[in-house]
Design a protein. Structure first.
Length: 344
């Protein structure tokens, strides 16, 4: 009887410890609205509480494949190269069934018997789904206890609970990021709006100044747009602005920021760009807009843009100074006949 009581007490203590871990982790996951932080904290807490070496989170892409978006303990080449179809391997199986899985030894389990990867070793592993409303959004994998013992059922129970709460936190973070993204976008063109442009400009100016990096700004204005709008109507004008915005966005790099500055004026922030690069980018935009062939009717002049470009190193080094310099070059381009690029 005394032995049974000791076992019951030990089990209660284990369950209490699990609940404390779970409560602490849930509070940590819920304290951020950044999806990447939710995932990083999930991996870090899982490794800590299971005393494990390797963990990764794979998310389900639109093409029904799983891709690793965060990992600890895996070679970078494995993270970069791994793409897994539904039903393929352990993670693919869990993503298909929606049920968590504990594998005592991956080399001997009859369902997934396979030789270990040359670049990392896996003995025991746990894989649990990230679910929302019954749909799998991804999978968390945990490999190897540090002492090389196999995972236990209570480890599976803990990872499953952590995954469930992480899924809810991830959904909240994604919703917040979607709202934030919409708040930072111009409703008509889809480019960054005026407010987001200035926020990013201030950040980039600080970064460029601190690390002595180059930064350029290109301002773009649609020539005679008021006349075009007044003559052919706002719907035709809006359509023209959307086409110009697509031309601007399509020639911007991933780390550039293309924005609708206001009305028919656009701005593109170009990190790591010198004066000649800014001028060349401006010319690409000018040519691209002219090549659109936008005209209200046959025989009318094509819609064109004037472009002004400036670099931070040739100004007083503040956000306002950079905008004023690019705007001055834009004014010069207009005063010299429009449909041209002026830069300094």
């Amino acid at each position: 009887m005394e032995h049974e009581h000791r076992e019951e007490l030990a089990e209660l203590r284990r369950r209490n410890a699990e609940l404390e871990v779970l409560f602490d982790t849930v509070r940590d996951l819920a304290s951020t609205l950044a999806s990447h932080e939710v995932i990083e904290r999930l991996v870090d807490r899982t490794l800590q509480h299971l005393d494990s070496e390797i963990a990764s989170v794979l998310l389900l892409e639109s093409d029904a494949t799983l891709r690793i978006i965060h990992a600890v303990g895996l070679p970078e080449s494995v993270v970069r190269e791994t793409r897994m179809r539904l039903g393929e391997g352990i993670a693919g199986h869990v993503a298909t069934t929606g049920e968590p899985l504990l594998i005592g030894d991956v080399e001997t389990d009859p369902r997934f018997s396979r030789r270990n990867h040359e670049r990392y070793y896996t003995h025991s592993c746990i894989s649990a789904p990230l679910l929302h409303l019954g749909r799998v959004r991804g999978v968390i994998n945990v490999n190897n206890k540090r002492n090389r013992s196999a995972f236990r059922p209570e480890d599976l129970r803990l990872v499953s609970a952590l995954a469930a709460h992480a899924s809810a936190a991830l959904l909240n973070a994604n919703r917040f990021e979607e709202l934030l993204e919409r708040a930072q976008r111009d409703a008509l063109t889809g480019l960054a709006n005026h407010g987001h442009f200035w926020t990013t400009l201030e950040t980039e100016v600080k970064r460029a100044s601190r690390y002595e990096r180059q930064l350029a700004l290109v301002m773009i204005d649609v020539d005679h747009f008021k006349r075009f709008n007044d003559r052919y109507g706002h719907l035709r004008g809006d359509s023209a602005l959307v086409a110009v915005a697509r031309a601007v966005a399509g020639r911007s790099r991933a780390h550039d920021l293309a924005a609708r500055y206001g009305g028919e004026e656009f701005a593109v922030l170009l990190p790591e760009t010198d004066p000649s690069g800014a001028a060349a980018f401006g010319e690409k935009i000018r040519q691209a807009v002219q090549a659109l062939g936008i005209a209200a009717s046959e025989g009318d002049d094509l819609l064109t843009v004037s472009v002004g470009a400036a670099c931070l190193e040739r100004t007083a080094g503040t956000p306002v100074a950079l905008v004023e310099a690019a705007d001055a070059e834009l004014y010069r381009a207009k005063s010299e006949g429009r449909n041209r690029v002026c830069a300094r």
